[in-house]
Design a protein around this ligand. Structure first.
Ligand SMILES: [Ca+2]
Length: 195
């Protein structure tokens, strides 16, 4: 029995380790799409937002991708204060997360739009930020080369009084530019601090 218990413990630890190193996000590469609306399929598992709200600016590209055959395309030709996408998970104090993704600029007239990763630290009711959010480097789209997949990266440790985190890819100051941005291979990984 002791050997059996030991084996179960080892197997359990192995499974827990595998889970803790696995990517947390779902539909990282925007390959999974909803089929409820054939005219404008949306990527599953991601919450898409825009302000003022213009859901028509989002579409799944079947013609350009970094991984797989699809990516998420956001039309920048409509004026918006901010647009983006996010996923949200429970987290614990002092855990460290690595958040990455790739963007590709299509067209040259991007105005003063910037693209940035952000993590909002949420309290238990998920309605308000428990701590100031963490920010990645803001990239000015007009300064980026057109037609190249470029990486975004943000690593941050969960501050106190936080029970959930919202991982956000944000584009700000969208100013009626004649261009779009493609997004692909967005990952969220918990880093084991004991290594
Ligand atoms: Ca993809």
């Amino acid at each position: 029995m002791k050997i059996k218990s030991f084996l179960i413990a080892v197997i359990t630890l192995t499974i827990l380790s595998a889970v803790s190193f696995a990517d947390l996000e779902k539909n990282s590469s925007f390959e999974l799409i909803s089929t409820s609306d054939d005219t404008s399929p949306a990527p599953t598992d991601w919450t898409l937002f825009s302000f003022p709200e213009k859901p028509e600016i989002f579409k799944v590209s079947n013609t350009d991708s970094l991984g797989g055959i699809r990516s998420l395309e956001i039309d920048l030709s409509r004026s918006n204060e901010f647009v983006g996408l996010y996923q949200e998970f429970p987290v614990q104090n002092n855990e460290t997360y690595r958040f990455t993704g790739y963007i590709k600029k299509v067209g040259t007239d991007t105005g003063n739009s910037t693209c940035q990763l952000s993590i909002e630290w949420l309290s238990s009711d998920l309605l308000q930020e428990a701590q100031p959010r963490s920010w990645g480097t803001a990239l000015s789209l007009k300064d980026l080369p057109e037609g190249e997949w470029l990486p975004l990266e943000l690593t941050a440790t969960v501050p106190g009084y936080t029970e959930a985190a919202r991982f956000v890819l944000l584009i700000r100051d969208v100013q009626a530019a004649n261009s779009s941005i493609l997004i692909d291979d967005v990952t969220i990984t918990k880093i084991d601090s004991s290594l």
